[in-house]
Design a protein around this ligand. Structure first.
Ligand code: NAP
Length: 484
């Protein structure tokens, strides 16, 4: 297994030591960033340490904060090395320094950071850095496309090294370092772009709980970082004791995801905005997905990708036992992808569906595609049994909004597809008026459970997935907003 290194920064040496000792309790290695400290002192930073440390003092020209001269910087690094730091990280561009040459690479990390992209001469740089004799070579690049991370996997990995990608697209290199030939991964409070705290790496992304051969699944999205899907699927993998992990895969476009997935061996994916229709054209959709014109799930087969749409069944599942759909009257607010899936699904179950949207032409288009009706907002009095909000109105952070201000809640059940927050203004007002309510979380969990089944053949424990989603959502909102 690759090790976990926590990077610590601090305004003062005293705080750096305190943070160092806290980090040492949960990491294999602690990186001390002396360049962030106002009163840097190598011996002081190392004094009383309880575990192995890397000392670095990053120059401003390599993304660091050190404001002193290069001589001062090297004095600090050399002092740390002489004081017995387990490793001292020195930029490869500053390698030709007498003390570094004299150290002959022992306990040294030769590092290179590119905050703009992936250099074209990556292989040549890697070769030169290895030839330096450093005990460890570290390369950190900033890909703009997910598939660019694959370049790191092409570099020889027969000696200790850390190869990582910064930024959102690089998460996979941090969560699965072994797959990139890395001896350790870095975690911390976002010290570098895309870096995540150790607790999140372990808790949400199963770091340390899966083997280097783990099956890989992911979420194709842009942005992908705030999704609750990794928490839900990884909790279910853990509960089923599967050697599998689910990661946010922030792709630039459909092509980017497919190139990465082929190269990395991704076995399945959830698909969200804006890829639901883009990837539809690149897979074999099943009948449900073909009808909706969008996929939210991909499963890799030896000869390509099969596409599914679990939003349809996921939307219907929470309604079972709540309302008899056959012959009921459903009002759907919105005319986007979710509205289209909702209208089609409800109509198939025998509901009389009317689409209400702020753009009448969009409502008419969805109605035509789903063989339902369209009308102008708001729904007239006494016109619905089920009201479905398929607009994003009321979603975090604009939680004070409602898709239907001054609504007349004279129907039976209000179903808000928004799940963040769990209890939206629409649902609160509907409950106050005596309506039964359903949160978007019910659909989210149901569609995710169906994805899990498609990938693994196992029916997951939805209570586990629901709890994980709620815990993740709680990170976005005040506790008062989190209700089951
Ligand atoms: P979408 O394709 O972008 O469609 C959004 C629809 O909402 C459009 O018709 C849009 O109208 C309308 N809309 C946006 N802002 C509005 C406003 N201020 N007033 C009135 N209408 C407005 O999005 P989607 O994929 O259908 O998703 C819609 C919502 O469902 C999102 O909140 C999403 O998170 C949620 N959802 C939940 C789940 C789940 O599992 N719970 C699954 C899928 C979707 P215009 O076209 O005029 O902009």
């Amino acid at each position: 297994m690759a090790k976990l290194c926590i990077t610590v920064t601090a305004p003062t040496l005293g705080e750096l030591r305190e943070r160092r000792d806290r980090a040492a309790a949960e990491a294999d290695l602690v990186e001390l960033r002396l360049d962030t400290v106002a009163d840097p002192d190598a011996a002081g930073a190392l004094a009383g340490r309880t575990g192995p440390v890397i000392v670095t003092c990053r120059a401003a020209w390599e993304g660091g904060h050190f404001r002193g001269s290069e001589e001062e910087r090297h004095r600090l690094l050399e002092a740390a090395w002489r004081a017995g730091a387990d490793y001292v990280d020195v930029e490869f561009a500053a390698w030709e320094t007498p003390w570094v040459r004299a150290a002959r690479g022992a306990r040294l990390i030769a590092s290179f950071h590119d905050f703009e992209g992936v250099p074209g001469d990556l292989a040549a740089r890697h070769r030169a850095m290895r030839a330096s004799g450093a005990d460890v070579v570290k390369i950190a690049v900033r890909p703009t496309r997910l598939a660019q991370t694959l370049a790191l996997r092409e570099l020889p990995a027969d000696r200790p090294q850390v190869l990582l990608a910064m930024g959102e697209a690089g998460l996979v290199t941090r969560a699965l370092p072994q797959r990139f030939g890395s001896a350790w991964t870095y975690a911390g409070e976002g010290v570098a772009p895309g870096q995540v705290p150790a607790s999140r790496l372990r808790g949400e992304f199963r770091y340390g709980a899966v083997t280097p051969e783990a099956r890989v699944f992911g979420l194709v999205a842009n942005p992908a970082g705030h999704s609750v899907s990794p928490a839900m699927h990884n909790a279910a993998f853990a509960a089923e004791r599967l050697d599998a992990v689910y990661l946010p895969l922030q792709a630039a476009d459909a092509e980017d995801f497919l190139a990465f997935a082929e190269g990395f061996g991704v076995e399945g994916a959830s698909v969200t905005i804006p890829f639901k229709t883009e990837l539809f054209d690149r897979c074999r959709p099943d009948a449900v997905a073909a009808e909706v014109g969008a996929v939210n799930t991909l499963v890799r087969r030896p000869d390509g990708w099969d596409g599914f749409n679990t939003d349809v069944a996921g939307l219907l599942a929470p309604l079972d036992g709540r309302l008899a759909l056959a012959g009921s009257r459903a009002a759907v607010l919105g005319a986007g992808g979710a509205a289209r899936a909702a209208a089609g699904a409800l109509r198939k179950r025998g509901a009389h569906v009317t689409i209400y949207a702020r753009r009448p032409e969009a409502a008419a288009a969805v109605a035509a595609a789903t063989n339902t009706a369209a009308a102008t907002l708001p729904p007239p009095p006494g016109s619905w049994d089920l009201l479905v909000n398929a607009t994003p109105v009321g979603m975090h952070p604009r939680v004070d909004e409602t898709p239907w201000p001054g609504a007349r809640f004279d129907g039976r059940l209000v179903y808000d597809l928004v799940y963040n927050p769990l209890d939206t203004r629409l649902l609160r007002e509907a409950r106050a008026a005596g309506c039964d309510t359903l949160s978007g979380l019910d659909m989210l969990v149901a569609q995710a459970a169906l994805q899990f089944q498609l990938w693994t053949g196992i029916t997951p424990d939805t209570a586990v997935m629901r709890r994980a989603a709620m815990e993740r959502l709680a990170a976005f909102q005040p506790p008062s907003m989190v209700r089951s």
